[in-house]
Design a protein around this ligand. Structure first.
Ligand SMILES: Cc1cc2nc3c(=O)[nH]c(=O)nc-3n(C[C@H](O)[C@H](O)[C@H](O)COP(=O)(O)OP(=O)(O)OC[C@H]3O[C@@H](n4cnc5c(N)ncnc54)[C@H](O)[C@@H]3O)c2cc1C
Length: 430
């Protein structure tokens, strides 16, 4: 595509990305009435931790992906732009973004980069074509369509076809992998009333490795009880149509039937993280994340901050609270509530993961942990609190009641609704 040069503008602060990091930086700047331009390649703020619920029909996509412009509509300071940032000249303090055939340049006073990370396939990029991932709202919709297709085709099919269609392999037993595996079993049992095989493959020696000890053991037992087959210390070596090949620690290879493979193992920062690293000469780790300074600035540039999943600092986890706290920290330095050069310190309030309905694990610290029903309610409350917008919270509670107390899947109605719309209606709804 040929881009038209739309000239150069000036802005006090430019934020790149509308995820957890970018949004919290924006809200913090607004507290001091500081104007900013927020550029994002997606029009929504995506609540990634609930993507698996969209994929499995618990929630509708709009409940976890409200438009960023509507979230910030009361911010007089906000200038929200849809576009992809494609270049940076740190010496001249200019970023370039593209949208709708136009190339625009903005000279910034300060820049906050928060462009996240994408899926890592550990050198096997061909796996991307053969698996479903959960990073974007489109990923969740694609997986949802696949789940609906296999269950629809399995209905009334002979036993062998049914077994083939209803075989799932989930790669990676972090929170997302565990949540997807647990939900698939529940969906099959309580909604479709079908038998499915779900295999969870993990290279490490335990599920939910960051939790460890009793909580990982509890998660594994709970998954096994629901019928998920858990393979630990096992690596995927190949994926072909209908089959995943795995190798265990002793080097023995075996094949697992898999009509659907969900990939949730590891992250890789590329895109703008790579562009920024090259332009500033800053080193990255093996996952392409920028090795930023303790005050979140990038290399020798005091006017460029990088935060969230695109960065690596002190071994902090790639989780939303880190991105949010870093966004607020960078904004606080810009609005002079913190001194320039102040080191960022992460306040770890704990981690949680759902295993299945009424079963979750929560780790506040090494001594205070919860499991089972109480942890599940804590998970629900925390996710509700952080979900953006009153209407979305209300809709999510209604959907959870239908899916977890009842047996419905309100998220699937979104598909039916779209399919019933005329092409004109679909285009205008998009
Ligand atoms: C399936 C899943 C489940 C998760 N579950 C949990 C959980 O339970 N708890 C938890 O704490 N964390 C969880 N995480 C991690 C959490 O979502 C991330 O840590 C968090 O989103 C990081 O925030 P961020 O702002 O760095 O990036 P993101 O939230 O990924 O936002 C990146 C933004 O940058 C934009 N962007 C990217 N490139 C460009 C570009 N070139 N130009 C303009 N804009 C660009 C994107 O459109 C997006 O708006 C989960 C992640 C996933 C994928």
């Amino acid at each position: 595509m040929q881009y038209v040069d739309a000239g150069i503008e000036t802005a006090g602060v430019v934020i790149v990305g509308s995820g957890f990091g970018g949004l919290s930086a924006a809200k913090q700047l607004a507290k001091s009435g500081i104007e900013y331009v927020l550029i994002s390649s997606t029009p929504e703020h995506l609540f990634q931790p609930l993507l698996y619920q969209v994929a499995t029909g618990v929630l509708a996509s709009e409940e976890i992906a409200p438009p960023i412009a509507s979230i910030l509509r009361r911010h007089r300071e906000a200038d929200v732009r849809l576009g992809k940032v494609v270049a940076i000249d740190p010496a001249k303090a200019i970023v370039t973004y593209e949208h709708d055939g136009e190339q625009r340049r903005i000279r910034y006073g300060s820049l906050i980069a928060a462009t996240g990370a994408s899926q890592s396939y550990f050198g096997r990029d061909d796996f991307a074509e053969k698996t479903f991932s959960l990073k974007t709202i489109d990923d969740a919709k694609l997986l949802r369509a696949q789940i609906q297709r296999v269950f629809a085709e399995a209905k009334g099919a002979d036993e062998e076809t049914k077994r083939r269609l209803l075989s799932f392999v989930v790669v990676g037993a972090g929170a997302t992998g565990v949540e997807v595996a647990g939900q698939l079993k529940e969906l099959a049992k309580r909604y479709y009333h079908q038998e499915v095989s779900v295999t969870l493959v993990e290279g490490a020696g335990e599920v939910l490795p960051p939790f460890g000890g009793g909580l990982s053991e509890y998660a594994k037992k709970s998954l096994t009880r629901t019928g998920v087959e858990v393979l630990l210390g096992t690596f995927v070596t190949d994926i072909e149509a209908g089959k995943v090949t795995v190798k265990d620690k002793s080097g023995v290879e075996s094949g697992i039937a898999a009509e659907t493979v969900v990939w949730s193992a590891g992250v890789q920062a590329g895109g703008f993280a790579k562009i920024l690293a090259e332009a500033t000469g800053v080193a990255t780790d093996r996952a392409g994340r920028l090795l930023i300074n303790p005050d979140l600035t990038v290399g020798g540039y005091a006017d460029i901050y990088a935060i969230g999943d695109m960065t690596s600092l002190n071994g902090y986890p790639g989780q939303s609270p880190v991105a949010m706290q870093e966004g607020r920290h960078a904004a606080d330095i810009i609005r002079r509530k913190k001194q320039a050069g102040t080191a960022f310190k992460y306040w770890d309030k704990g981690s949680m993961a759902v295993i299945s309905r009424f079963s979750a694990v929560t780790k506040l610290n090494d001594r205070i942990t919860f499991r089972g029903l109480l942890a599940w309610f804590m998970w629900l409350a925390v996710h509700l609190f952080y979900l953006v917008g009153f209407r979305n919270r209300f809709a999510a509670v209604a959907s959870w009641l239908i899916a977890f107390i009842g047996t419905g899947r309100p998220g699937f109605a979104e598909v039916t609704k779209t399919a019933e719309q005329s092409p004109v209606e679909q285009r205008s709804a998009a």
